[in-house]
Design a protein around this ligand. Structure first.
Ligand SMILES: [Fe+2]
Ligand SMILES: [Fe+2]
Length: 136
């Protein structure tokens, strides 16, 4: 299977539930990339894109629940980043469904950057805070 994104420990937040969810997002993204490189049709690609978006929503909700539960001080800025990311992928989904964009390598690398920048940036920032609250 062709992989776009190879997980390594530098992506780890040290929080089990979060790392498992991030890995699943990476898996879905890799499956999408693999399907693209095999030249699979729009229906198959659309399904994987839907899966990516659905799981992203689940994942963002998990993080935001933890922030609320532990009173993370940077919640607002983090949520804003989630909302921006979500609206970008929803726009992509819409444009794809309308036939305005095709899922190209450019789109795949956009999704990869989207995920890595958020994990390595905003997500890594909350890790020490949640760890200090005993979240494992
Ligand atoms: Fe996040
Ligand atoms: Fe995250």
């Amino acid at each position: 299977m062709a992989s776009l994104f190879v997980w390594n420990d530098s992506y780890s937040t040290g929080i089990r539930e979060i790392d498992a969810q991030h890995k699943k997002l990476v898996d879905i993204l890799n499956a999408l990339y693999d399907a693209m490189s095999k030249g699979q049709g729009n229906q198959a690609l659309g399904k994987l894109l839907d899966e990516l978006i659905k799981y992203t929503v689940v994942h963002f909700a998990t993080e935001e629940r933890l922030f609320k539960l532990h009173g993370y001080p940077d919640t607002l800025a983090h949520k804003r980043e989630h909302d921006e990311l979500a609206s970008k992928v929803l726009q992509l989904q819409k444009d794809f469904a309308a036939g305005k964009v095709s899922l190209s390598m450019q789109v795949a690398s956009f999704l990869k950057n989207w995920l890595t920048n958020h994990i390595l940036g905003a997500d890594k920032k909350y890790a020490p805070f949640l760890s200090s609250k005993g979240v494992k």
